[in-house]
Ligand binder design. Structure first.
Ligand SMILES: C[S@@+](CC[C@H](N)C(=O)[O-])C[C@H]1O[C@@H](n2cnc3c(N)ncnc32)[C@H](O)[C@@H]1O
Length: 277
């Protein structure tokens, strides 16, 4: 029986999937090898250093927080998943991690010098609300930087997996309505939202993040086991659909990245930076 026989909302799906300790663990151990590659860019983009107070929203397993701490910043990490926070607290015990919702922050106005969001924007039902909350808790002149995976218009594991789901997935399995996974990689979407919330000097750059894998089907496994949105589409697939999706991902990796025996599969990211005015 499908996981989605009952009506579901995007918000409920996100909360439920990220709360699963096996999803959190798999994301932290495997999927995040690519998001780890984006951490130095986020840390540099907000100018993190000694005496800078940074709030890391959707902190997950704590990789961005660890990078900020290494740069000398005072770091607060926030996430709504207890499973993720447990991993983060064990990984970076020096950082203060709090449970909360990025759309409704329990901090005073102008508390932080910088805000980072590593791959959190696609997971919140109302991204403009997160941007507005980030602006509220930032002091004037402080910077916000967030990362989002590039969309399927470039070579990316994300495109290979979601393209394969589009071709071979069961038509009965769909996500509830929510923001697009790559919306905030698009400056025509991200910049107006930032400017409306009180940011200026918006800019973007791309980071060539990737996975090094020994199995051309590994990107399918990473999305299956360690993501909320992809996992919610992949986990309930009937066995024949699941096998066809995985086989299509294998074909795409072989076609685009050669015959192996190992592969660098791109999953590039866009980092957006803006200054609070
Ligand atoms: C893709 S993970 C990113 C983890 C980490 N920042 C990174 O860069 O690898 C997304 C995280 O956002 C968290 N999240 C999603 N929606 C949230 C919300 N509304 N409030 C707080 N955290 C949220 C999830 O629990 C998850 O830990």
């Amino acid at each position: 029986m499908s996981e989605f026989q009952e009506p579901d909302t995007f918000a409920a799906l996100e909360k439920r999937e990220w709360a699963k300790s096996d999803v959190a663990q798999s994301y932290a151990e495997v999927f995040a090898k690519a998001s780890d590659m984006v951490v130095p860019s986020l840390v540099a983009a907000v100018g993190a250093g000694p005496d800078i107070a940074v709030l890391d929203l959707c902190c997950g397993q704590g990789n961005v927080a660890a990078g900020l701490l290494k740069a000398g910043a005072r770091v607060t990490g926030l996430d709504f998943s207890p499973a993720m926070l447990k991993i983060a607290r064990a990984a970076v015990p020096e950082v203060r991690f709090v449970e909360g919702d990025a759309m409704s922050l329990d901090f005073e106005d102008q508390t932080f010098d910088a805000v980072t969001i590593g791959f959190g924007m696609p997971h919140v039902p109302d991204p403009p609300k997160v941007v507005a909350e980030a602006r509220r808790v930032l002091r004037t002149g402080g910077r916000l930087a967030f990362s989002v995976w590039c969309g399927p218009e470039v070579d990316t594991a994300l495109g290979y997996v979601f393209g394969a789901i589009g071709q071979h997935g069961s038509p009965d399995i769909a996500l509830p309505p929510g923001p697009g996974a790559n919306d905030y990689a698009d400056p025509t979407i991200a910049f107006p939202v930032l400017e409306n919330a009180g940011f200026s000097d918006c800019r973007q750059f791309t980071v060539a993040s990737r996975w090094h894998v020994q199995d051309p089907g590994a990107p399918y496994d990473f999305f299956l086991e360690g993501t909320a949105r992809g996992g919610a589409l992949l986990r309930p697939q009937p066995p024949e659909n699941a096998a066809a999706i995985r086989a299509a991902v294998v074909s795409k990796v072989l076609e685009k990245h050669g015959s192996g025996p190992d592969w660098d599969v791109p999953i590039p990211a866009v980092v957006t930076v803006a200054t609070a005015i």
